[in-house]
Write a protein of this length. Structure first.
Length: 410
């Protein structure tokens, strides 16, 4: 009983001394590192695991020094073995906390609350995935070291190593999907194909990457639904990434109108509209007739915005305004169906009549910039060069003088 009391008293004293020393070090470091982000993160995240590791190690030394190796002291081995397991767990906790501190300090240098945050989101994605991976590795190593402290586990180690090949094959077959997702997560982290807060279109849904792990990706849909997909989906299935290079995007608003629509007046109205709203980023404002079949004319308004959310609102605004403008200002351009009743002897302008003397057509006005997507402005010229390619000029020169249109198209 005296040995028990001495051991308990020594362990309690050692624990108290360890806690006191840790608290003193904690306060000193906090005071000295008040202006340092690294020291602040260090004192906040590693205080508890450092307390646990120091206390358990101090108690372990106290138990070793105050107990003998007399026969019948089996409780000593049990206590020491328990303390060894505690040391392994506390050290693993401390190492994981130190890694978290380093990662948080690195992330603090890259802000994601700024307009141009592509590089910051890329680094954040990689660091978050590496954090999950390193913590998982630390936990696995801690469990392995803890198991190796048991003599029975060490005894079967040789047999486990002998059958490692068979076990590896069975484990690979059983965890094929899991390993595939883990490898896909690492590939996404370092290939820059998708990052946190990227705006994507997957499975016909438009949203942003809210969470990216080694096994799954959470996409926040625009209506606050969550679409959860395995990471292997983004390496095996095509998807749209609207913010891979920059957040600014283009969008269209299409209208079916009558052939009597005044295109130039409609173009000028579009320009007045976008210049009066802060949703437009000032880059692209183009109105073109993209189709004229089936008795109707398809007019497409192409506009640009600084981000996907602003673009959606701008497209709706353009569509709503142009519909109201046609209805109120140009009612003859509303979609309609025509039926001609009578013979070919009528005198209506669109009916067949004797050929008249050709009328000299008035000179067409110069095509404005608002009617050109590929050219007419700095942004349009850059877009034209991107889609022409290095051999576009050579091909254009080769087609000059070709009389056969079929050969020219070829």
């Amino acid at each position: 009983m005296q040995d028990y009391l001495e051991t308990i008293a020594a362990a309690a004293a050692a624990a108290a001394i360890a806690l006191l020393l840790v608290e003193v070090v904690h306060r000193v470091v906090r005071r000295l590192g008040r202006r340092s982000l690294l020291m602040t993160e260090l004192t906040d995240h590693t205080h508890r695991p450092f307390q646990a590791a120091a206390t358990i190690i101090a108690v372990q030394f106290a138990v070793r020094l105050t107990t003998g190796y007399a026969v019948g002291a089996g409780w000593r081995q049990v206590a020491l073995h328990t303390l060894v397991l505690g040391v392994v767990a506390a050290v693993a906790w401390l190492v994981a906390s130190l890694l978290v501190v380093v990662e948080d300090t690195a992330l603090a240098r890259f802000r994601v609350d700024v307009p141009n945050n592509r590089h910051a989101r890329r680094v954040r994605t990689q660091v978050v995935l590496l954090r999950r991976l390193t913590i998982a590795v630390i936990v696995i190593l801690a469990i392995g070291v803890s198991l190796m402290t048991f003599p029975a586990v060490r005894g079967i180690g040789a047999g486990v190593l002998t059958s490692a090949g068979v076990v590896g094959v069975v484990a690979a077959l059983a965890a094929q999907s899991l390993l595939g997702n883990v490898i896909a997560g690492l590939q996404l982290a370092f290939s820059d194909a998708v990052r946190l807060d990227d705006v994507v279109v997957v499975e016909g849904e438009w949203g942003r990457i809210e969470e990216l792990t080694l096994s799954y990706v959470v996409v926040q849909i625009w209506d606050d639904r969550r679409l959860i997909l395995p990471t292997s989906y983004f390496t095996s299935t095509p998807f749209q990434n609207w913010t891979r290079t920059e957040a600014a995007v283009l969008g269209t608003a299409e209208l079916d109108v009558d052939w009597a629509v005044p295109v130039q007046a409609m173009r000028e109205e579009l320009r007045r509209l976008v210049e009066s709203t802060d949703l437009w980023d000032g880059r692209v404002c183009v109105l073109q007739v993209t189709d004229a079949t089936g008795g109707l004319v398809k007019v497409r308004a192409l506009v640009s915005a600084a981000d996907a959310g602003s673009l959606w609102d701008l497209r709706c605004l353009v569509r709503e305004h142009l519909v109201g403008w046609i209805r109120d200002q140009r009612p003859t351009a509303l979609p309609r169906s025509r039926t001609e009743i009578g013979d070919a002897s009528g005198a209506l302008p669109w009916q067949w009549v004797q050929p008249r003397r050709p009328v000299r057509r008035r000179q067409e006005p110069e095509v404005p910039d608002d009617a050109r997507v590929f050219g007419g402005s700095d942004d349009g010229d850059a877009r034209s060069e991107a889609f022409v390619g290095p051999e576009g000029e050579a091909r254009g020169e080769a087609l000059v003088g070709t009389e056969n249109p079929v050969e020219a198209r070829r």
